[in-house]
Design a protein around this ligand. Structure first.
Ligand SMILES: NC(=O)c1ccc[n+]([C@@H]2O[C@H](COP(=O)([O-])OP(=O)(O)OC[C@H]3O[C@@H](n4cnc5c(N)ncnc54)[C@H](OP(=O)(O)O)[C@@H]3O)[C@@H](O)[C@H]2O)c1
Length: 254
């Protein structure tokens, strides 16, 4: 039996894109994993960050919380206030490590959801529980969703100079497991994929991979947020990066 077998890890957002990859990685590492959702499932705990329902029961006997749950639609109530509710019960329950997943560059890009995540980081930092904050770059499926959504009318409409450093879900899940294997850092750690890539390259490679013949309409998206992304605000100088590239993602999927 490994040392991890004695540790119970609550995973919020376990049903989400990242959570679905994190749960099996932590189970493989030997942890007792307790996935949380608002919806009842066998072997899961029910908890709702927005109402607080089930949170006290969810953290009972928990050593570590991997906090992934988020709502881009209602981030103030779910992320900021929900995290306050979760951590208010986590500390008295004796939780020894809170690993919160945040987003690379969120303090450099003016965007409402990012501001809420930044405020949530502060909730984690003030909570009194030992913590690690992992700021991840945009996940490959999220970047694909952006390009796909931009092509609803036919042509792919993008700002060709937007620069991102997308990361594989599996790499983020692996990084989370690495950070759980060491004591809480009390720091913010940035993490991204192996390469910086423009939206021009992303759109072209996506069309090629899908053998789709569509025009690409390139435009300079106005506004401060778009400028920040052009300036590389979502990329990071961090030297520990994922290994799977955007091209790897496309090759696996198509
Ligand atoms: N997507 C990206 O590119 C990206 C990049 C960097 C960081 N992140 C961060 O990574 C995390 C996971 O992202 P994701 O894309 O995997 O998210 P996702 O697929 O949208 O999943 C969101 C999760 O949040 C849970 N949730 C929503 N409202 C809740 C509530 N009121 N109470 C409890 N749980 C609630 C959902 O669980 P149920 O529906 O089962 O309740 C779901 O599992 C987020 O914190 C996000 O900010 C994302």
């Amino acid at each position: 039996m490994t040392e991890n077998a004695n540790k119970t890890v609550l995973v919020t957002g376990a049903s989400g894109t990242l959570g679905s990859a994190v749960v099996p990685v932590l189970e493989k590492a030997g942890y007792r994993v307790r996935p949380m959702s608002r919806h009842a499932k066998p072997g899961w705990v029910v908890g709702d960050l927005r109402t607080g329902e089930g949170l006290a029961e969810a953290v009972e006997g928990v050593d570590v919380i991997v906090h992934l749950a988020s709502s881009a639609g209602k981030p103030r109530q779910t992320d900021v206030e929900g995290t306050e509710r979760l951590l208010a019960v986590a500390k008295p329950a004796g939780v020894r490590h809170v690993l919160y997943i945040s987003i690379n560059g969120l303090d450099r890009v003016p965007f409402g959801y990012y501001q809420a995540k930044l405020d949530t980081e502060k909730v984690v930092q003030r909570s009194g529980s030992p913590y690690t904050i992992l700021r991840a770059a945009q996940f490959h499926p999220f970047v694909e969703m952006l390009v796909s959504a931009s092509s609803k009318l036919g042509p792919v409409i993008i700002d060709p100079s937007w620069r991102v450093q997308p990361v594989a879900i599996e790499d983020v899940a692996g990084r989370i497991a690495e950070l759980l294997a060491v004591p809480p850092t009390g720091q913010i750690i940035e993490y991204a994929g192996p390469q910086v890539i423009t939206f021009d390259e992303i759109a072209r490679s996506w069309l090629t991979a899908r053998r789709a013949k569509r025009p690409v309409w390139r435009l300079r998206i106005p506004g401060r947020m778009a400028k920040a992304v052009r300036d590389g605000a979502l990329t990071t100088p961090a030297t520990t990066t994922g290994t799977r590239s955007w091209e790897d993602y496309l090759a696996t999927k198509y």
